[in-house]
Design a binder for this molecule. Structure first.
Ligand code: ADP
Ligand code: MG
Length: 407
């Protein structure tokens, strides 16, 4: 992965009309559609502060067509207004004449929020920048701007028009959040302080197993500790028997188990599996050893011995990355493993990074997010990078830097 994109420091921003792609997609209350967590909206503040001398037009999405939380961006604009220094207005249009007139009318020091970009069906396609530069969305909006700024790291693994089409036609820069996110990942991948330990858990095993393979192959990780359902995949691959309900809940994981098998055959000594588990029993928790898993019940957390072993390894590490919880932290009694890991990371002086919606959300609940070096706003995009994949939106920024240079 290359990192030679331009940043806001490379551009003269005064009097410029700037198209700012954010990812301020927020979880909404299903009953009222009110924003439940405005973390991603607040994370736009450093970039907005850097653009005070220009005219800023924000383009973002909320959910996707067909979902109950596919709403307009009006509420997001109100939260932005409360949290940034500029005057913020909202227009209920994305690329039509009303939006274009509003863009022409804004002044230096103002922010205009356009409506949900996914209202335009063209945004829901994925293709090359060259192709998507020909969409109506890009053709109608691009001529109104001097500069495109991408601060939407959490969506950077998508090749959609608002992410790859605009940088094909406009000089482009990474925003401050994008810079921070990419800077942390660059450090992890190219120059980690050692030993470097990764802790992977959670339920989305198909996202996590490829990461494990890549970080071991590239030597970004010295140790990999597994919890959650990721641990269950590695246990299956090492021929341990799970209980019936765990097996049933995992579903068809043949591909992941095959990959885990391949990983274990090459890197067995660098992978640490849990040796005990918190098992659900009559609605409560009992601690069981690894060899008792097959007797049934659901293994919903790593056990105390594993949590202590994992903590010991974290304490001896200089780089610690965690994605996905160790257990079903949402259920009383099964948060312990995840809590111990996060608190040990918070106490450590190592370079500590966490990512993944669930794990980052829980770190927020524990109020320890600011004691970690970096909390990623993204799950999928960070994991794709750690799995060694290129992110289309970043590739587009790099190509734009080569094509247009600094301005
Ligand atoms: P993240 O968003 O942090 O990347 P995932 O989305 O992959 O994490 O997984 C989060 C979910 O994993 C949580 O809802 C949690 O309840 C579930 N989970 C964690 N450990 C287990 C487990 N041992 N068994 C079943 N589900 C688990
Ligand atoms: Mg998740």
């Amino acid at each position: 992965m290359e990192f030679d994109y331009l940043t806001l420091d490379d551009f003269q921003l005064r009097d410029k009309t700037i198209l700012l792609r954010l990812d301020i997609n927020a979880p909404l209350d299903p009953a009222s559609n009110q924003i439940l967590d405005d973390g991603r909206i607040l994370a736009a503040k450093p970039t907005l502060d850097s653009l005070l001398q220009g005219r800023v037009v924000v383009l973002s999405h909320q959910s996707r067509p067909g979902r109950g939380d596919f709403t307009s961006m009006q509420q997001h604009a109100l939260v932005l207004q409360k949290n940034c220094s500029q005057r913020v207005s909202f227009v209920e249009d994305v690329m039509g004449p009303t939006a274009r007139q509003a863009i022409r009318d804004i002044r230096n020091g103002e922010v205009l929020v356009l409506d949900n970009v996914r209202l335009c069906s063209e945004e829901n396609l994925e293709d090359s920048g060259e192709k998507l530069a020909k969409t109506n969305l890009v053709k109608r909006l691009a001529p109104l701007f001097d500069l495109y700024v991408n601060d939407a790291f959490a969506t950077a693994h998508r090749a959609q028009a608002s992410l790859v089409g605009f940088p094909y036609l406009l000089p482009s820069a990474a925003g401050k959040l994008m810079e921070a996110e990419l800077g942390a990942i660059k450090q992890l991948m190219q120059n980690p302080a050692r030993p470097s330990t990764y802790i992977l858990g959670g339920a989305k095993v198909e996202d996590k197993v490829p990461v494990i393979e890549n970080i071991l192959a590239t030597k970004a990780a010295d140790n990999v500790l597994v919890g959650g359902n990721v641990a269950k995949i590695f246990l299956k691959a090492s021929e341990h028997k799970l209980g019936e309900s765990d097996e049933r809940e995992l579903g068809d994981v043949t591909d992941e188990v095959l990959k885990a098998n391949r990983i274990l055959s090459k890197y067995r000594r660098r992978i640490v599996l849990p040796s005990d588990f918190g098992m659900e029993s009559d609605g409560g928790r009992v601690e069981v050893e690894l060899n008792a898993l097959s007797r049934g019940g659901r293994a919903l957390d790593i056990g105390p011995k594993s949590a202590a072993d994992f903590s010991g390894i974290i304490e001896r590490s200089k780089t610690v990355v965690a994605s996905g919880p160790m257990g079903v932290f949402e259920q009383d009694g099964f948060e312990t493993g995840t809590k111990v890991i996060l608190e040990t990371m918070a106490k450590s002086n190592a370079f500590t990074v966490i990512g993944g919606g669930h794990l980052a959300g829980y770190a927020g609940i524990l109020h320890i997010a600011d004691r970690l070096t970096h909390v990623s706003t993204a799950g999928g995009a960070m994991l794709s990078m750690l799995a060694g994949e290129e992110l289309p939106a970043i590739t587009a920024l790099i190509a734009s830097a080569k094509r247009f240079g600094k301005k």
